[in-house]
Design a protein around this ligand. Sequence first.
Ligand code: GLA
Length: 716
Amino acid sequence: MSTITFNPGSRTWLLSMPRSSYAFQLDAADVPRHLHWGEPLTLDQVEALPHTYRPGRGDSFAGARLTEEIAVDGGTRYGVPGLQVRFADGTRALEWAYVDHEIAEAEGALSLAVHMRDRHYPLAITLRYRVFHDGDVIERSLTLDHIGDDGAESAISVLRADSGAWSLPARAGYRVGHVTGDWAAENQLRQDALPWGETVFGSRRGITGHQANPWVMLDAGDADEQHGQVWSVALAWSGTWRITTQRGTDNRVQLTGGFGHDGVSWQLAPGESLTTPPILGLYSGAGFGAASRTWHDHVLRHVLPRPEEMRPVLYNSWEATGFDVDEAGQRKLAAQAAALGVELFVMDDGWFGTRTSDHAGLGDWAPNPERFPDGLAPLIDEVHRLGMAFGLWVEPEMVNPDSRLYRRHPEWVLHYEHRQRTELRNQLVLNFARPDVAAWAHGWLDRLVTEHAIDFLKWDMNRSFSEAGWPEHGSDGQADRLWIDHVRNVYAIIDRLRADHPNLRIEACSGGGGRIDLGMLSRTDQVWPSDNTDALDRLSIQHGFTQIYPARVMSAWVTDSPNPATGRTIPLRFRCHAAMAGIMALGGNLAEWNEQDLHDVAQEIAHYKDIRATVQLGARYRLSDPTDPSGLTAVQYTSSDRAETIVFAWQPTRPIGREPGPVRLADLDPGSRYRDRASGREYDAVLLGEYGLPLDLPSGDYASSLTVLDRISPTH
Ligand code: GLA
């Protein structure tokens, strides 16, 4: 059970979670000051902190301590402001005044709202916190309300509104874990010494981005997979974002994060309100592995719309056909896919308008009459007759200039009147912040889903923003809203589609993994992590991806070999094992596969169906990661009742002079024995933990194995 306690005497709030606590306090000037985030402490202990550890220096160049719950602008603060406003008379600084607070319980979570306001100006600020009974994640956000009533000229400019700031205790040797990447190379995990001063992570692209993902994981330089203090923070937002770390000479760190990028501002008129997206924080005292598993649990229990539902094995035609899509070809692929055990058939790009290449047709969402003379219904019926669900690719936020939509509505795209419109992949971005554009998009999507028996949409988004103007709002200071409202309207459309079509499932995609975050995950069922389907490259992509996000949402196709993008030749078994560690799917050109491969992949799909509950919903342990000098990558999944344990091992190439394995397993029941389901071999749990599981790797490069262990009672 988690609790939230308030001591009115010291004006201290203590949030106690199962294995951590978080505390802050109002100081004499009503500034909400952070006290503690880490190991469980009592109210007495957190109240003793400010007296016991006096803040540093008192010279005339010392700034205020970087410990505000949201760092505001003004006074002697010289750090990164997380809340920066300019009032109508030009005053920029903010001065806190406490109003009141409330604590409430709902849906397995406790929430706290601390109502503050500016001492003089009509701005109310609510700091929100939510804690859950079954985990240590704290969810935070901020609401700003213009509470004045003296006309539009008193609008408040919001220059920055982060969702929250997080303060970490003094530790030497801070490191920061995060991911970097590119298109087709997402989620590359890095761990760097945390630089002194300010370090910025973010995206200015209109989407979450391939280059970074909105989370960081800090440790004091001494944590590993099983041990050590780890503080992590993740933002639930799918547009531009910024997370800044500040490391001071006192060895403390403050983190502040939220939506929007530098220079984007928001005019708050009297009566208006602005609520930030949630930012989530997690402290784990048991290393990176426990931190990741707690994030996974949190996503499964509190983020995903339908976590209990097993994700089906899907087939996607993109790598097989490219834009070469028609009814006959899709029918053929569907029959082949069904015969292999596929459960969901997804037709990708190329089915609509004049979309026979990426040069034309985006925006014209009617089936191409030459390719689908009788519409989509005959294909959908056939897919259903074959026993599969039917899914369809859409890219609602985009338009090709060569389209009927653009010819009719050139004003619908992001643009400035006197600037060029830069095309990327021959397309422009529709301004989804415009209510008419959002209504149009919802309209055709709703019709598409209502008029057809579509079970699944792959919602794609294939370019970054540029020339992000909104000329209608050129002079009223509201054009920047598009950065926020575009995303809000994407969310609103997805939410409405889901509410009106409860059986519809959605995969988020943005040229692969360009828009994956906790905001997207709260309204989709799975995500496409990368356009790179090379099984070796996928191992590092999956390693970075699963630092925060669970295997339950991680789509992974088995595709052709040599891989069309990388040219790498990898045996089918290795390709299957890489995909089976997430949501296994097929994406190859089945017409070209030989009988043996078709037979083998059908067997692997059947096997996957047996074990997928544990992969998708179980606890994930990283036994050896892709950067390990041995070259071995190994992960373990254990079911929640701990009866089934699955171990994947991949050895892309043999290190000289060394046989791979055994690999030590994690968190087994010490009193039990375990039996290998395939070979019948039995193992003692303690030996599996101490000496490891011998690996049954075939010889040669790209060796891989999958071992399923059943826990058996000691008497067997
Ligand atoms: C993006 C997606 C791919 C595919 C193509 C279609 O690149 O990531 O999976 O859907 O678009 O154009």
